[in-house]
Write a new protein. Structure first.
Lengths: 107, 117
């Protein structure tokens, strides 16, 4: 089955940059979406189609891609960015999968 | 505004089935797909499947194939997710979400399903 691999955790000081990778196991890579999940809240879309930012999402959130690896970057991390982040994508048949999730801790 | 309102919490015994509803408003129901996602306590997000509201076509995660059924009632702008043969491992918060160009942009509030004897 299709799998997306993320690092379990990332720790960063306020104002620094957090980078979260999402690696797909096979090509071709489809678009990747990123979601932020805070405890007790529904997920929030922060990046779509690898690097597009929905309206209302701060500019410090950005996405990039290189080969089969996609990266979510949070520049100038703020305390409110502490949350779990999941990538989400599909194989070529329309079956979706979430990544393993990354807990971002703001020190 | 777009809203997805889910049915209330459920408590089920092992072996039973649960059916969760997701009522959409604020947009043309048949123009989008609805996905179902769950999160068990302390675990990550898990994609279950989706339905094209327009024609009713579905796709399911291999993990749930044969045990989950996603349907819709266009007259009620409502999508349903039914999960059978419940075990304690199905205890989770279940979400519906609308999939558009930006992905899963709108989410329901979540429905807690507890499986306990």
């Amino acid at each position: 089955s299709y799998e997306l691999t993320q690092p379990p955790s990332v720790s960063v000081s306020p104002g620094q940059t957090a980078r979260i990778t999402c690696s797909a196991e096979t090509l071709p890579k489809q678009y990747v979406y990123w979601y932020q999940v805070r405890p007790g809240q529904a997920p929030v879309l922060v990046i779509y189609k690898d690097n597009e930012r929905p309206s209302g999402i701060p500019e410090r959130f950005s996405g990039s891609t290189s080969g089969t690896t996609v990266t979510l970057t949070i520049s100038g991390v703020q305390a409110e960015d502490e949350a779990d982040y999941y990538c989400h994508s599909t194989d070529s048949s329309g079956i979706f999968v979430f990544g393993t999730g990354t807990a971002v801790t703001v020190l | 505004q777009v809203q997805l309102v889910q049915s209330g919490a459920e408590v089920k015994k092992p072996g039973a089935s649960v059916k969760v509803s997701c009522k959409a408003s604020g947009y043309t129901f048949i123009s989008y797909a609805i996905h179902w996602v769950r999160q068990a306590p302390g675990q990550g997000l898990e994609w279950m499947g989706w339905i094209l509201a327009g024609n009713g076509n579905t796709k399911y995660s291999q993990k749930f194939q044969g045990r989950v059924s996603i349907t819709r009632d266009t007259s009620a702008s409502t999508t349903y997710m039914e999960l059978n043969s419940l075990t304690s491992e199905d205890t989770a918060l279940y979400y519906c979400a609308r999939f558009g160009v930006p992905g899963l942009e709108y989410w329901g509030q979540g429905t807690l399903v507890t499986v306990s004897s």
